[in-house]
Ligand binder design. Structure first.
Ligand code: PMP
Length: 427
């Protein structure tokens, strides 16, 4: 059945229930993708400047081929022996600090975060978890408590174990060396100890992508990691968005911020759209979690998923995609600075590699967020064939996070269009 756009919208509500989110005032219906390009049902071509799941490009031939070959050979669950999962974990952990040597594969980032929190409880014997107040880490009963803006109305009352600190904000509340953030976390740890909950872990994206990727200098997480460890807790780095070379300078964003996490969580880009997530930790932590308990995941780490995930790592290496992110990201920052010199609405441009954007304001002196205009800009860009989004506490930060083969030419098309749209919207 082929539905019109209006029928698709109506049938989503009818068949999937209320509150199913879509992007844009005029939701887009994609039918095909290739590299950094997407095509809608009318045959119109769009430049994808947003999607990190097709990390090595939409329908990447190496990944498609790996999936097809394995799917036509064998796909089973993980209680049978298979080389694929072992080869993948060996290659993945080989890119990390030696302490991160053991992994559990899942199907989503949510499951992986859920396991990470339970690992922290297993190791520390405590349940208190700290996160930032504008983040998102997933949708299980436990993990959805980490998002302050979208907590389910039912969910077994687990909220008592969670505490929040202000998300870092280099533009409005500078904290140049991370000591203010560390002090906020120390306060919450004290509170958790005082009320008898105890402290298990701090969970953060090391590049704070969901928080608007503040411009924190390299090494910024060191002070808070010290505070966490001194209190006997674990540092969980959720690299679901920041990993696999996205920031250009490092394969893993925690390397950029100067820490080695006790537990690392992976997801979204891991298998280019095939549902794969994972938790990586030291074997002692994993052993503590598995003590007397056979964690099992029917689909997590199946041979087809591992073939897809392996192909992603191979493609990043073979095509030099981390280096590409650095070169194109640097060019994008130069273009962003030039736009900022022309358009007053740009309050602060920032980013690293292929995650970049700008905070839009109605007044540079007061930094008043231009949230409504940001929404108009996103929608106008979509009408002009450029796909990206917005985020942050005030929903006024342009979020540009394209597939990793994004080129300088692609970046120029994005910025030329944005230049026009900013003039139109603010003119
Ligand atoms: N962690 C982060 C940082 C995320 O951004 C997301 C998804 N946006 C998740 C975890 C959850 O991943 P999933 O949707 O695969 O469960």
């Amino acid at each position: 059945m082929t539905r019109t756009t209006q029928q698709l919208i109506a049938d989503r509500a009818r068949l999937m229930g209320p509150n199913v989110s879509t992007f844009y005032d005029d939701p887009v219906h994609f039918v095909r993708g290739e590299g950094v390009w997407l095509w809608d049902a009318g045959g119109r071509k769009y430049l994808d400047c947003y999607n990190n799941v097709p990390h090595v490009g939409h329908c990447n031939p190496r990944v498609v081929d790996a999936i097809c070959r394995q799917a036509s050979t064998l796909n089973t669950h993980t209680r049978y022996l298979h080389d694929g999962i072992l080869d993948y974990i060996e290659k993945l952990t080989g890119t990390m600090d030696a302490s991160l040597d053991t992994a559990i594969l899942t199907c989503t980032g949510s499951e992986a975060n859920d396991i990470a929190l339970r690992m922290a409880e297993a190791v520390t014997g405590k349940r208190g978890i700290i996160a930032t107040d504008t983040t998102y880490h997933g949708n299980t009963s436990l993990v959805s408590q980490l998002s302050k803006s979208n907590i389910p109305t039912v969910g077994f009352g687990l909220g008592q174990y969670f505490r929040f600190v202000d998300a870092p904000d280099s533009y409005r509340a500078p904290d140049p060396d991370g000591t203010i953030f560390a002090a906020l976390v120390a306060d919450q740890i004290e509170g958790l100890i005082e009320d008898g909950t105890g402290f298990a872990a701090l969970v953060v994206c090391p590049y704070f992508l969901n928080e608007g990727f503040p411009d924190n200098p390299d090494g910024w997480l060191k002070p808070v990691a010290d505070v966490v460890h001194k209190a006997g807790g674990l540092l969980i780095c959720d690299e679901v968005q920041s990993g696999f070379g996205r920031t250009g300078t490092h394969l893993w964003a925690h390397e950029k911020t100067g820490v080695v996490p006790d537990i690392m969580v992976l997801g979204k880009p891991m298998a280019n759209g095939h549902p794969v997530g994972g938790v990586v930790a030291n074997r002692d932590i994993v052993a503590e979690f598995r003590k007397g308990y056979r964690y099992f995941n029917t689909f997590g780490g199946n041979p087809v998923s591992c073939a897809a995930a392996m192909a992603v790592l191979e493609e990043i290496e073979a095509e030099g995609l981390q280096a590409n992110a650095k070169v194109v990201g640097d060019h994008a920052r130069t273009r962003l600075n030039a736009l900022a010199a022309k358009h007053e609405i740009i309050g602060d441009g920032r980013g690293s590699g292929l995650i970049f954007g700008a905070e839009l304001v109605t007044d540079r002196a007061t930094k008043a967020p231009a949230s409504d205009l940001t929404d108009r800009i996103i929608n106008t860009m979509r009408q002009r064939g450029i796909i990206h989004s917005k985020l942050g506490r005030h929903k006024n930060t342009l979020k540009i996070r394209p597939p990793m083969p994004f080129s300088i030419e692609n970046a120029d098309l994005l910025f030329d269009t944005l230049d026009d749209v900013l003039s139109e919207v603010t003119g």
